[in-house]
Design a protein around this ligand. Structure first.
Ligand code: PBG
Length: 328
């Protein structure tokens, strides 16, 4: 029976009612904080298009991690910017590469913090593509050998989980096989399973200096218009041994997160990417929106769509806001 018997507002009228019937809860447990490490010492260099996010040298990264741990953020996603880029991204699998050094330093200082590493070549190649180039195209199968080498070098350095973001076909099985053969069968893979060829990665590419020098990534990342294909990508990655599957970006792709979570009973991660972060920061910087509220609304929306885990540059601020709301 409709109105006036039913009045949905009755259980909306006070904060305690709203709390009692709330369906989705965001917790710091769900957050992963992406961070950028660079060679050198004493470096904390702001990334212009991502206010609040910096390039850190290992020493100052460790300082920053004190705060991250204090906020009880369970893990970070580590990206490295190498000293030198070349056609084969050689620093990406160098045991003395920047990410490998950072992993060792972090794990010896903060053994419980989950160190997740991005497995890709675009930060390390001079051409800015996510793999090895042959005849003007990324050579899929050749790239797999390199991705496996990178993965093993991160595992050797002590990474807790590996996150391949290159979108080559077969990378999850190539990485799984290489890890298993070397005694790392316990290390999980969080694959960027449905990663779209999105323009929302702009600020990140500025941060990682990884903009392709020719062409674009549409030959390997997914067409933004496709949804069924995301389900096929996820199914393949799970068959190949992925433990957690990721949808990226998040905000324009809530339908994909929902579909993926409905179809597969595995943990689903969503990446609230650099452009999504930059838009909120820019609007808030102009005084046009309330930054904390828009941030929390964004993160709750991603969770409500079905994400178990959210990778976000807002992790510290969200953890802080969540903690505040627990206080009387
Ligand atoms: C590396 C990688 C990218 C991002 C995460 N891993 C860039 C890209 O694919 O161009 C984007 C992250 C962000 O925008 O926050 N391949």
């Amino acid at each position: 029976m409709p109105f006036p018997v039913h009045r949905p507002r009755r259980i909306r009228l006070s904060e305690n009612f709203r709390r009692m019937v709330r369906e989705t809860h965001l917790a710091v447990d769900n957050l992963i904080y992406p961070m950028f490490v660079v060679p050198g010492q004493g470096i904390k260099r702001p990334i212009q298009s991502m206010p609040g996010i910096n390039h850190f040298s290992v020493d100052l990264l460790l300082e920053e991690l004190k705060k991250v741990c204090e906020l009880k953020i369970p893990g970070i996603l580590l990206f490295g910017i190498p000293q030198k880029k070349d056609d084969f991204g050689s620093e990406s699998y160098d045991p003395e590469g920047i990410v490998q050094q950072a992993i060792r330093a972090i794990k010896s200082r903060f053994p419980d913090l989950l160190v997740i590493t991005d497995i890709c070549m675009c930060e390390y190649t001079a051409h800015g593509h996510c793999g090895i180039i042959k005849n003007g195209q990324v050579d899929n199968d050749r790239t797999l050998e390199f991705l496996a080498k990178i993965a093993v070098s991160h595992a050797e350095a002590g990474a807790d989980m590996l996150a391949p973001s290159d979108m080559m076909d077969g990378r999850v099985s190539a990485i799984r096989k290489a890890l298993d053969e070397r005694g790392y069968s316990h290390i999980p893979i969080m694959s960027y399973a449905a990663k779209y060829a999105s323009s929302f990665y702009g600020p990140f590419r500025q941060a990682a200096e990884s903009t392709p020098q020719f062409g674009d990534r549409r030959g390997y990342q997914m067409d933004v218009a496709n949804a069924e294909e995301a389900l096929r990508e996820c199914a393949l990655d799970l068959e190949e041994g992925a433990d957690i599957i990721m949808v990226k970006p998040a905000l324009g792709y809530l339908d994909i997160i929902y579909r993926v979570k409905s179809k597969f009973s595995v943990p689903v991660a969503a990446y609230n990417v650099s452009g999504e972060y930059a838009m909120i920061k820019a609007a808030a910087g102009n005084g046009w929106i309330d930054e904390t509220r828009v941030m929390m609304e964004t993160l709750i929306s991603i969770k409500r769509a079905g994400a178990d885990i959210i990778l976000t540059y807002f992790a510290k601020e969200a953890a802080f806001a969540l903690r505040q709301s627990l206080l009387p």
